[in-house]
Design a protein around this ligand. Structure first.
Ligand code: FAD
Ligand code: NAI
Length: 475
């Protein structure tokens, strides 16, 4: 295999593998190095997202939702289920198959696009504006060179200082996605995205789930009205969410974990769990990269320091995805990867941070793009709001999924859409229309005047846009 490349990408997650494909499409000789191993020590490109993130979590969310529907929703449709049971082993096997399909899909894409794949850990040896030597430590050790280097080494779960992950009792996302029997009592520290998604999976399957959150505000980054609705619905579903707690000692026994904490009233509490998921955020991963050896600058939080174009302090070295500032989302990493490859080619790659959508895949799903109402208030922006509840949407009624709403926020003067917030069925899909609208700097009236299929959930989007001008037709 060739050893000298125009572009070498370190890391094969969504940021790295997409950057490599785009660079190859643009005519560069390209290599991608990734160290992730499957059970058989073979390559498993796709990063956190494919192996222990987006993909496996959505697989388990789907399985557990089917189970919950069979348990609680089928009867209403006249479907009678007797002797329903959950085979957790089969659910995990299905998830593993989906992960492998994605790993293999990326290897196929590398072949198709003539990206040279190296399985092992990549680290800087030396280099300058003329090129860099990168050591690949895999089954064998070799050195390759790249004129441009794109670092996409991702992130790792943040552990509590007094509770290292053992992945048996104290679980990061990796262990949380591989629990092999429904725990009776599951503790979750951190009511963020992972805590709520994973907590939902195991609650649906019958676990008693307690979520302990340090902040006094629930989902602080989410529009307040939507977050309030989410808190109400999740609590009704049976997630016990305690806000404003201060976590104290965590003691792992043989079969359970004891968590001592102070509740929001200052009372000392103690809870014993069969498993404990710690989901308190993630930290950038630069382990083993030899950043210091070549003078690659990190910021004070350990992220690789980059400018708005993902350029690092070293000439022709770029960094994208979770290892740099900005939201830790797969699609953000991908967009940065594409933009960097295009910039290397002298094109004008661009990532619009204002229109990056967020989705939390709970039930109901929560999705948003743009500003929240509290942000607009804080910024002193004059705005109009319009909401429409799924309760008044025919398709949602037919689906039996009427919780939630769509909310539009538009500029009071120009009517430009400033934010769209959805809690409800298929919010993850519905938000795409809002993203397109905001990219084209549409007004709420633009959406209100577009013909939406009937009956469809997207009519709730149109109706919320109409509501900005106080002229909903169906509510
Ligand atoms: P990563 O995906 O972390 O990939 C980095 C890769 O680089 C890894 O394969 C790693 O092994 C490799 N690597 C690191 N160092 C080296 C080295 N020195 N040499 C060689 N290889 C190296 N985001 C969403 O948008 N939607 C979701 O639904 C979603 N769900 C998630 C669920 C969970 C449980 C978790 C944990 C995360 C989720 N995320 C989701 C976040 C998403 O996974 C990340 O934002 C995304 O994976 C970041 O991509 P990346 O390419 O920057 O890094
Ligand atoms: P998070 O940042 O979403 O949530 C962490 C939560 O833990 C916060 O609410 C925080 O206040 C709380 N916390 C922090 N320290 C604490 C402590 N000592 N005690 C109690 N609570 C504490 O992080 P999470 O859930 O770990 O996920 C990491 C990242 O992965 C997300 O920010 C997101 O970028 C990505 N992700 C995205 C998903 C999606 O797009 N659907 C799904 C899962 C993860």
């Amino acid at each position: 295999m060739a050893k000298n490349f125009d572009v070498v990408v370190i890391g094969g997650g969504p940021g790295g593998y997409v950057a490599a494909i785009r660079a190859a499409q643009l005519g560069f000789s390209t290599a991608c190095i990734d160290e992730w191993k499957n059970e058989k020590n073979g390559p498993a490109p796709g990063g956190t997202c494919t192996n222990v993130g987006c993909i496996p979590s959505k697989a388990l969310l789907q399985s557990s939702e089917h189970y919950e529907h069979a348990n609680h929703a089928f009867a209403e449709h006249g479907i009678e289920v007797k002797g329903l049971s959950m085979n957790v082993g089969q659910m995990l096997a299905r998830k593993n198959t989906i992960v492998k399909q994605n790993n293999d899909g990326i290897l196929y894409l590398f072949k198709k696009n003539k990206v040279a794949f190296f399985h092992g850990r990549g680290s800087f040896v030396k280099g300058d504006a003329n090129g860099y030597e990168i050591k690949v430590a895999g089954a064998a050790e070799e050195t390759i060179t790249g004129k441009h280097i794109i670092v996409a080494t991702g992130s790792n779960p943040r552990a509590l200082p007094n509770a290292p992950f053992d992945e048996k009792l104290i679980l990061s996302n990796t262990g949380a996605l591989a629990i092999d029997a429904v725990p009776k009592k599951l503790g979750v520290i951190g009511a963020g995205v992972i805590g709520l998604e994973m907590g939902s999976v195991w609650r649906r399957l019958g676990a008693e789930v307690t979520v302990l959150e340090a902040l006094t505000t629930f989902l602080g980054a989410v529009d307040e009205q939507i977050a309030k609705e989410a808190h109400k619905l999740f609590t009704k579903q049976g997630l016990a969410i305690s806000l404003g707690v201060k976590i104290g000692a965590i003691t792992a026994g043989k079969k359970d974990v004891t968590v001592e904490y102070t509740d929001d009233k200052g009372n000392a509490q103690k809870a014993v769990f069969d498993k404990l998921i710690v989901s308190i955020g993630r930290v950038p991963n630069t382990i083993g990269l030899n950043a210091e050896g070549v003078g690659l600058k990190l910021d004070e939080r350990g992220f690789i320091a980059v400018d708005g174009d993902c350029k690092t302090n070293l000439p022709n070295v770029w960094a994208v995805g979770d290892v740099v500032r900005g939201p830790m989302l797969a699609h953000k990493a991908e967009e940065e990867g594409v933009a960097v490859a295009e910039r290397i080619a002298g094109q004008h790659g661009h990532v619009n941070f204002n229109t990056i959508p967020w989705v939390i895949y709970t039930s109901p799903e929560i999705a948003w793009v743009g500003k929240t109402e509290q942000q607009l208030k804080a910024e002193g922006v004059a705005y109009k709001a319009g909401t429409f509840p799924f309760m008044a949407n025919g398709r949602a009624r037919a689906l039996g999924d009427t919780n939630g709403m769509v909310k539009f926020l538009a500029d009071a003067k120009t009517d430009e859409i400033l934010g769209v917030h959805i809690i409800g069925p298929m919010a993850s899909e519905l938000i795409a229309e809002a993203v397109v609208a905001m990219e084209f700097r549409a007004s709420s009236e633009d959406i209100a005047r577009i013909c939406h299929a009937h009956p469809s959930l997207s009519e709730a989007t149109k109706e919320a846009a109409l509501a900005v001008d106080k002229r909903s037709l169906n509510f």
